[in-house]
Design a protein around this ligand. Structure first.
Ligand SMILES: [Zn+2]
Length: 485
């Protein structure tokens, strides 16, 4: 017998089986019991959260004999009997010519849509209600939307529409305002994991709890993704599915290997880091995937720490920040492995950056201009202003404010090439923005200083920024070359 995918087998057959969307199934059960269904629904939510399944359940329920009998008799219906799945109408639903389903992503044009909706004005062949289920409705062309709109505004008798979308913001307001909107939530891991366990028992597979939890976590709120994952593992399984099976089948690295790397970094043991990284690479995963797995693992550990009531996350944050940055650097790089190794090695180096308090020392040789702070404030106002364009902002991120006197702000760059580029492309722009930020005319002068400390202040939070500013005041370019005079 052909194997039926879990994703199809796990699809809910009644409103009771609609997992993780009880707010929707309860409301719909009440509406059906009271015979108060709308003729147009907009189902909104991330992929795999049950939108199409719900649309099918509703379409089926609208035609179900048992539902109709209960409605006529005024008998309230339970979720497990919506629809009944036993009457003729339910049994023939899948092949019913009165239920039309299509994907707007591949039927975008007005011609496609008119063809598919052409039967809307004809009476249903067998069913009570003719139903149209349209997926990804935000993909429709403007004209196609208008065709649907006309039908929803003045619906022919006995027609119902179910429009599903992952991007509500792209659905025109005219459609949204004429439909009853059902918002689907991401399904929590705590709901997905037990559901997978239940499904596995039905399949007579011993799914280990940690394996189920891992799949639930990977699914990120999508039941369809969870079922597809379980399906892949099930196909390879030999009566049982362990955490290792999940990792192996899905090409993942085990938590133990990730924990080895994290422990080595925490222990500041360079040799152990090297060994753990080599071990991690032997999983066959690329550096990028490993870095992302490490970030996810650190996040999980952080949640465990929060649950234990721990308060200090600075080490945790330091690791996550460094790895996140390295992931960015890896894109488009030919040496992602080395970037990951170096990132981890650097984390092992004693925390010479701003973890330890840097004493505030006033420089003796170079007097600090009194209003350097005022200059820096103008600089930051420009950098953080929404009106500042990306090119200017990106140049400013390479610069440091080293002087501010007589309304002249000195920006220092590390190389003369950078300084020249800034002068020729962004100086006027910055002068204008700075004047606007200060509320008076500000002149800009450009300097070069090879020993300039890294201009990382833009991304730095207090008190680190103050520490660094103090340090910079000490180093500050007394010998900086002013090149624009
Ligand atoms: Zn039925």
């Amino acid at each position: 017998m052909a194997y039926e995918a879990l994703y199809t087998r796990g699809r809910p057959k009644t409103l009771l089986q609609l997992v993780g969307q009880e707010h929707i199934s309860n409301a719909l059960a009440r509406a059906i019991s009271g015979d108060k269904l709308s003729h147009a629904y907009l189902l909104v939510g991330t992929r795999g959260t049950g939108k199409t399944s719900t649309a099918r359940l509703l379409a089926k329920a609208m035609n179900c004999d048992t539902v109709h009998e209960a409605q006529s008799a005024g008998r309230p219906l339970e979720k497990k009997e919506i629809p009944c799945n036993k009457c003729d109408s339910c049994l023939n639903f899948d092949s019913s010519p009165d239920n039309v389903e299509f994907d707007a992503a591949s039927n975008r044009s007005v011609e496609d849509v008119n063809r598919l909706l052409s039967t809307a004005y004809l009476a249903p062949l067998r069913a009570r209600v003719k139903t149209f289920i349209i997926d990804e409705v935000h993909m429709l062309s403007f004209e196609a939307v208008n065709s649907i709109l006309k039908l929803i505004e003045e619906p022919p008798p006995n027609v119902a529409f179910f429009l599903a979308t992952t991007e509500i913001n792209k659905v025109p307001m005219t459609i949204r305002s004429r439909c009853q909107v059902l918002n689907f939530r991401l399904i929590p891991q705590q709901t997905i994991a037990p559901y997978l366990m239940k499904l596995a028992r039905r399949l007579e597979v011993d799914l280990h709890e940690d394996a189920a939890k891992k799949i639930a976590r990977l699914a990120e709120g999508s039941m369809r993704d969870a079922l597809t994952c379980l399906d892949q593992c099930y196909a390879m399984a030999d009566g049982q599915i362990t955490l290792d099976d999940v990792n192996e089948t899905l090409g993942l690295i085990s938590d133990e290997r990730l924990d080895e790397v994290i422990a080595a970094v925490r222990a500041k043991d360079r040799a152990a880091v090297a060994a753990a990284v080599t071990n991690a690479f032997s999983s066959g995963l690329g550096a990028n995937a490993i870095a992302e797995a490490l970030i996810t693992r650190l996040r999980d550990i952080q949640f465990e720490m929060i649950a234990r009531g721990e308060k200090n996350f600075s080490e945790q944050d330091r690791l996550i920040d460094a790895l996140r940055k390295s992931v960015g650097e890896m894109y488009g790089s030919g040496i992602p492995e080395i970037i990951l190794e170096m990132t981890l090695m650097k984390l092992v180096a004693p925390a010479q950056n701003f973890a330890a308090p840097i004493p505030t020392v006033q420089p003796t040789s170079t007097p600090v201009p009194e209003n350097l702070d005022a200059g820096q404030k103008i600089f930051y106002d420009v950098v953080t202003s929404d009106g500042t364009d990306a090119a200017l902002r990106s140049m400013l991120q390479k610069a440091v404010v080293t002087n501010f006197s007589d309304d002249t702000l000195t920006l220092t760059f590390k190389t003369s090439a950078m300084a020249s580029t800034f002068k020729s492309t962004q100086l006027t722009n910055f002068e204008r923005e700075a004047s606007q930020a200060a509320g008076r005319a500000i002149k800009i002068s450009v300097a070069v200083d090879e020993n300039l400390p890294p201009p990382i202040l833009n991304n730095m939070a207090e008190p680190d920024r103050t520490h660094l500013l103090n340090a910079m005041n000490i180093f500050r370019a007394s010998d900086a070359t002013i090149i624009n005079e």
